[in-house]
Design a protein around this ligand. Structure first.
Ligand SMILES: C[S@@+](CC[C@H](N)C(=O)[O-])C[C@H]1O[C@@H](n2cnc3c(N)ncnc32)[C@H](O)[C@@H]1O
Length: 296
């Protein structure tokens, strides 16, 4: 009986593990600095993570759009349309500056990969055909802000006018951006970058310090990262697929306590935070956190 049970068990489990091992062996695990420029595919990344702005248990997009909208509802900054905004490590993503654009005089998009910058530039000059951002403008302006469809289209036009530069950046370098774009900025949005560009607390802290150096006193870092879900301290290393390729990227997750103390060490006081556990594909293992930190 026991032997039969064991046989049944192995018949079910062994093929499952063999499949996982072969997937692991056929994917290539490379350090992040080697991977993004050569493997990052902007449009698959957009389709995977930003395909639908509406509430969903599985996608990351709605979480960040709502978190950014809620931050601007707090009215912590002057709403005179004069803010200077930077999206650092924006990838090919436009929607993370839609809420900020209402209050902005200028918006700079900084991205490490040429292919990410190219997609932002295509949107800017109206030639992007492989991804449609209008549902995201509709969701933020109509659903979250309660305005009309015409105002959603107007927000698109005004964001295009306010986007002053699409520039290269590297958070592992000093300075982390072209010296012409050092700011300082009133708002920096930085989503899911440092958890992929650092592999230790020391690197994470050094990169956060570089970001914080670009923020005005009294300005804000709007930061998104992954928290470790097991309640332990220290760095948890994991791998994830991104941008449609079969390449696995290295990433780290930290505890909330560790994240907050790194923000504090960078001179940023946490004013609000929210987290979100993604329960399905493609972020099955991810526990995201949005934090707003004020530069003191
Ligand atoms: C997971 S994507 C996040 C993109 C976008 N912010 C978002 O929320 O979807 C990670 C981003 O980090 C950028 N990146 C990779 N290495 C970097 C580096 N050394 N310095 C700055 N950004 C880097 C990538 O080009 C990519 O756009």
């Amino acid at each position: 009986m026991r032997i039969m049970q064991l046989r049944l068990l192995s018949r079910d489990i062994i093929p499952h593990y063999l499949k996982r091992i072969s997937k692991w062996r056929s994917s290539r695990l490379i350090r992040v600095e080697d991977t993004y420029t050569t493997h990052f595919c902007p449009i698959p990344h957009l389709k995977e993570r930003y395909g639908n702005p509406e509430p969903s248990a599985t996608l990351y997009c709605n979480f960040i759009l709502k978190s950014l909208h809620q931050f601007f509802q707090l009215d912590l900054l002057p709403s005179d349309g004069e803010l200077q905004v930077l999206d650092y490590g924006c990838g090919p993503v436009i929607c993370n500056v839609i809420s900020a654009s209402k209050h902005a005089r200028s918006i700079t998009m900084a991205e490490y990969t040429p292919q990410g910058r190219e997609v932002v530039e295509q949107w800017l000059n109206g030639s992007l055909t492989s991804f449609d951002w209008s549902p995201h403008f509709d969701y933020i302006v109509q659903t979250l802000e309660g305005k009309s469809e015409e105002e959603a289209r107007e927000r698109e036009r005004s964001l295009r006018k306010k986007m002053k530069g699409v520039v290269s950046c590297d958070l592992t370098k000093d300075p982390p951006i072209d010296p012409q774009y050092l700011g300082p900025y009133d708002i920096i949005v930085c989503s899911l970058v440092i958890n992929t560009t650092s592999s230790s607390i020391e690197e994470h802290q050094a990169q956060m310090n570089r970001l914080a150096s670009l923020i005005k006193k009294g300005g804000y870092l709007l930061f998104v990262t992954c928290l470790r879900a097991d309640g332990n301290e220290g760095v948890h290393q994991y791998h994830y697929f991104c941008g449609g390729s079969d390449v696995e990227y290295n990433a780290i997750a930290v505890s909330m306590k560790c994240l907050f103390s790194m923000l504090e060490a960078s001179g940023l006081a946490v004013v609000s935070s929210s987290d979100h556990l993604c329960t399905g594909k493609p972020d099955i293992r991810s526990n995201f956190i949005f934090v707003a930190g004020r530069k003191v």
